[in-house]
Ligand binder design. Structure first.
Ligand code: FES
Length: 147
C-alpha cells in the first residue's frame, strides 16, 4: 500500500509500487488533467508538483514518493481562479490544449521561485514541449501572471 497526499487528500493506492505516478493519478484517482505524452520524461505533459517541485509524473514510481504532497492541475483551483489559469484564459494560449496543464504546472512552480521571469528565464525553466508551438502565447501568459 502506497500512501501520500494528492491535492490535499490522503491516497492509499493498492497498486504495484513501481507504477508510475501518472497512471495512478489517471487510472486510480481519475485525475485526467495530467496527460501522457511521451512516457519518457521528455515532453512535460505529465508535470505535477511533488512537495512543490515540478516533476514529470511518468518518471516517478508511486513507491518512491511515500509521505509526499502531490498537486495536480485539478488541485490548483476549483474554478480556474488560479492567476496562471486566468492568464492562460486571457491570452487564449491553447491550440489543441493537450500539453497545457503540464505547462501551467511548470509555470506555477517557476513563478514561486522567480516571480518576475525574463524571456530567458522562461525558456530555461519551461522545457515542456508544445506541438502546436504556442510558445509566444505561453510567454505572454507567464508575463501576465507575473504582473
Ligand atoms: Fe511524462 Fe512526456 S509523458 S514527460
Amino acid at each position: 500500500m502506497t500512501k501520500f497526499t494528492v491535492n490535499g487528500n490522503p491516497v492509499h493506492y493498492k497498486m504495484d509500487p513501481e507504477t508510475p505516478l501518472l497512471w495512478a493519478l489517471r487510472d486510480a484517482s481519475n485525475l485526467t488533467g495530467t496527460k501522457f505524452g511521451c512516457g519518457a520524461g521528455l515532453c512535460g505533459a505529465c508535470t505535477v508538483h511533488i512537495d512543490g517541485v515540478p516533476t514529470r509524473s511518468c518518471q516517478v514510481s508511486i513507491g518512491a514518493i511515500e509521505g509526499t504532497l502531490v498537486t495536480t492541475i485539478e488541485g490548483l483551483s476549483d474554478d480556474r481562479s488560479d492567476p496562471v489559469q486566468q492568464a492562460w484564459i486571457a491570452e487564449q494560449v491553447p491550440q489543441c490544449g493537450y500539453c497545457q496543464s503540464g505547462m501551467i504546472m511548470a509555470t506555477v512552480a517557476l513563478l514561486k521561485t522567480n516571480p518576475n521571469p525574463t524571456d530567458a528565464d522562461i525558456d530555461a525553466a519551461i522545457t515542456n514541449l508544445c506541438r502546436c508551438a504556442t510558445y509566444p502565447r505561453i510567454r505572454k501568459a507567464i508575463h501576465r501572471a507575473a504582473a
